[in-house]
Write a protein that binds this ligand. Structure first.
Ligand code: NAD
Length: 364
């Protein structure tokens, strides 16, 4: 009963006609930022996270602590737990689900392929089953797909209609599968589903497995970093997107997501099925990422430059965001130097590192 009360309180919006959002993966990087932004504008938020140890779980617990200080309750649980999901919807009639729980990361799929199938396919299906069949009225679902679905696509920039039939990693394949599964649940159960293809999101409270994060750590520790060079002389580049921009995109997608009455309701409206790129529209070579970090940290990196192995990575990503701009005013505003400055400031504060040259201490 205490648990139910916490869920109900946390789910209650504080503004009139506010939404009540279940955020899966809330103790994750993007989930934490989105939960805070929703709460700040008066929406109700309940988180769900299994706190797995893909990367340092204490970082996830600290994010949970941050959310708790903002009166956001995060339930310890798995998206594969059907009865738990049913119970959550029973206690709090969520209007929306922001589904961010997933096995992220491209290279880890070579070590633990089944974790991708479990969270990104079975878990997604479980969520769609509950939301599509068992909850009435249905919630609108917004979920994180990935720029990795473009795989070895060579169109530049990537638009939503480009081919996505050449995944370069199992991670990409599971996200692509998720998009197909979304089609099915929209078609049969009238579930309203919006997929967001995030492009390399970075920022404070970020993921230790990502390059900008591990480079920062290694550069500060004087350890060599490995920088990949593309095959055929193509420079490896990413459309690095600052987390605050992605958060605005997620909220815009939630705001324009229309709930449908689904197959159980009185009238069965044509439910939405949408996919959007959320990127920065300006790819930056990884070598440039390194030199920005060197500047911010005041330390030269020891670079090991090697040809990119076939480990799931793609040579470049570049988003066209015209569709998201048109439909919900998405406009990224943070360039890589400004965003990394905020990341480094958080990093040195969080890990208690003596302020390096240009980042910590001083005001922004
Ligand atoms: P993250 O790993 O920090 O967050 C995911 C969270 O989900 C974690 O806290 C994890 O504990 C939780 N989780 C994983 N499996 C779960 C399960 N079965 N049940 C309950 N909780 C589970 O990753 P992130 O960077 O915040 O990514 C959020 C979403 O965005 C993911 O779907 C990811 O695939 C997608 N995405 C991220 C990026 C990026 O650059 N960060 C790029 C493209 C797509």
């Amino acid at each position: 009963a205490a648990w139910e009360k916490q869920v109900r309180n946390s789910a209650a919006p504080r503004r009139s006609r506010g939404m009540s959002v279940l955020v899966t993966g809330a103790a994750g990087f993007v989930g934490t930022h989105c939960s805070l932004a929703l709460k700040k504008r008066g929406d109700g938020v309940v988180g769900l996270d299994n706190f797995n140890s893909y990367y340092d779980p204490s970082l996830k617990r600290d994010r949970q602590g941050l959310l708790a200080r903002h009166e956001i309750f995060v339930v310890d649980g798995d998206i594969n737990d059907g009865p738990l999901l049913v119970k959550l919807f029973d206690v709090a009639a969520f209007t929306h689900v922001l589904h961010l729980a997933a096995q992220a990361g491209v290279r880890y799929a070579m070590k633990n392929p089944q974790s991708y199938v479990a969270s990104n396919i079975a878990g997604l299906v479980n969520l769609f089953e509950v939301a599509g069949k068992l909850v009435n009225p249905q919630p609108a679902i917004v979920w994180a797909s990935s720029s990795s679905v473009y795989g070895l696509n060579t169109e530049n920039p990537f638009s939503e209609a480009d081919r996505t039939d050449q995944p370069a990693s199992l991670y990409a394949a599971t996200k692509k599968a998720g998009e197909e599964i979304a089609h099915t649940y929209n078609h049969i159960y009238g579930l309203s589903i919006t997929g967001l293809r995030f492009f390399t999101v970075y920022g404070p409270w970020g993921r230790p497995d990502m390059a900008y994060f591990s480079f920062t750590k290694d550069i500060l520790n004087g350890k060599p970093i490995t920088v990949f060079q593309g095959q055929d002389g193509v420079e490896v580049a990413r459309d690095f997107t600052f987390v605050d921009d992605v958060v605005k995109g997620c909220l815009g997608a939630l705001d324009t997501a229309e709930r449908s009455t689904g197959s159980g309701g009185k009238k069965r409206g044509p439910a939405q099925l949408r996919v959007y790129n959320l990127g920065n529209t300006s790819p930056v070579p990884v070598t440039r990422l390194v030199s920005i970090l060197e500047g911010l940290l005041g330390v030269k990196a020891k670079k090991n430059v090697v040809k990119m192995p076939r480990n799931g990575d793609v040579p470049f990503t570049h988003a066209n965001v015209t569709l998201a701009a048109h439909d919900f005013g998405y406009r990224p505003t943070t360039d890589l130097s400004a965003g990394l400055r905020k990341f480094v400031k958080w990093y040195v504060g969080y890990y208690g590192i003596k302020a390096p040259a240009k980042a910590g201490g001083s005001k922004q």
